[in-house]
Design a protein around this ligand. Structure first.
Ligand SMILES: *Cc1c(COP(=O)(O)O)cnc(C)c1O
Length: 403
């Protein structure tokens, strides 16, 4: 059998639909963020406008220094799973740092945020007898896959609609475990959930709350505890899930909650047990990053200032951008071909890198560019971007918005 032809068939179909993913090959330059080297067609040096390292912590001396130091002390890898020789003092200290961040009894580390959602939801849904998982309709793929793998009954409620959640919960037998799974900041529209309303509904029905704060940790709340900290609701959420790979600038994921909850997932989750622990140096650097952002507002303030500035400049140029209360600035294009074309020209002719966001990541007809300004984007970077976008808006005959 010609297996490669089977592979190519499906790849060709993807290309015909315009959904084939092409990666920009970058060389991040520590100390020069958001600048990066670029391989391939276009300039050798570009400005990155779509990184999830929202605060530039990936190049912060505190994070970099700690990682380098710890590699010198502990070597590179953890050398084992958490169960078999892989638990290092740095992992335990990081779990304590995270538990403190969210005001919880405990936390549990995973190799990524994706794995933390997948492993925790599959374990909760499959191990709690008769469980139902109520999932927001726009939840991330990692939650959807975890729920699917659990084989628990799944109910999808309307995005950010606490009344719809209430209606679904009212129909369910209160004797069954019910888990409400949702996010705080949704990364494609940048909208923020009505957390108080959702928590109230869940409490009224005695349902457990499972909150993905991946895009909010480090970014919101006086200590970077996320929207749940900002809204004073963390103590009313049963499980808070987060990543060390976005605002904290490292890699890894976690859950945080009661000691019994974390011990339960630790003891039963295959995706926690049967995989090598994070390198101690990553754990130490992530801990330094969290600790730094608990005490420092400079990065968050700088970031917010850049968002305001970018939005103001887009307004002045009549380029539409979707309103939200978060740090994500989506610019709607509404056409997959134009969206990719604009992104290509920005990269090739202007040295501006922003990945086009097309179906299936977002619904057809809502294709967009998604900008994530960091504290390190200068006024000149913003001017350069908006001038280039303005030219392309005219070339592509896209509608302007009168502010
Ligand atoms: C990125 C993301 C994750 C996965 O986190 P990683 O650490 O990148 O694996 C989980 N949930 C949401 C909402 C995300 O956007």
């Amino acid at each position: 059998m010609d297996y490669d032809s089977l592979f190519r068939e499906q790849l060709d179909a993807l290309k015909d639909e315009g959904n084939y993913r092409i990666f920009a090959e970058l060389e991040r330059q520590c100390g020069a963020f958001p600048r990066a080297g670029h391989r391939g067609e276009g300039p050798e040096r570009v400005t990155v406008w779509c990184s999830n390292d929202y605060l530039g912590m990936g190049q912060h001396p505190v994070t970099v220094g700690r990682m380098v130091e710890t590699v010198q002390e502990c070597g590179t890898g953890a050398g084992g799973t958490r169960n078999i020789s892989g638990t290092n003092a740095h992992h335990v200290a990081l779990e304590q740092e995270i538990a403190d961040l969210h005001g919880k009894e405990a936390a549990l580390l995973f190799t990524s945020g994706y794995v933390s959602n997948w492993a925790s939801l599959s374990t909760l849904g499959s191990r709690l007898k008769g469980a139902v998982i109520l999932s927001d309709s726009l939840n991330h793929a990692s939650m959807i896959e975890g729920i699917r793998h659990s084989r628990a009954e799944k109910v999808i409620w309307k995005h950010n609609d606490a009344d719809d959640l209430d209606r679904h919960l009212s129909r369910l037998d209160p004797a069954r475990p019910r888990i409400v799974a949702f996010e705080s900041v949704y990364s494609m529209d940048g909208d923020i959930c009505p957390m108080a309303e959702i928590v109230e509904v869940a409490e009224k029905h005695g349902a457990m709350t499972y909150l993905d704060e991946v895009h909010a940790v480090g970014m919101y709340g006086p200590r970077g505890g996320g929207i749940s900290e900002q809204e004073g609701l963390a103590h009313r959420i049963d499980l808070i899930e987060g990543t060390l790979g976005k605002a904290y600038g490292c890699v890894g994921g976690y859950i945080s909650g009661s000691a019994a909850l974390c011990d339960f997932v630790r003891s039963f989750a295959s995706g926690f047990i049967f995989t090598t622990a994070l390198p101690p140096a990553v754990a130490a650097a992530a801990r330094a990053s969290i600790a730094h952002l608990k005490n420092s507002e400079i990065e968050r303030m700088g970031q917010r200032d850049r968002v305001r500035k970018l939005r103001a400049r887009l307004d002045a140029a009549g380029i539409p951008h979707m309103a939200n209360d978060s740090h994500i600035v989506p610019v709607p294009v509404g056409d997959p071909v134009k969206c990719r074309l604009i992104s290509d020209i920005l990269l090739r002719e202007h040295g501006i890198y922003v990945q086009p966001i097309n179906y299936p990541t977002v619904p057809k007809g809502t294709e967009r560019l998604r900008f994530t300004p960091s504290p390190h984007h200068t006024d000149a970077d913003i001017d350069h971007l908006v001038t280039a976008l303005g030219e392309l808006w005219s070339q592509c005959a896209l509608a302007r918005q009168v502010a």
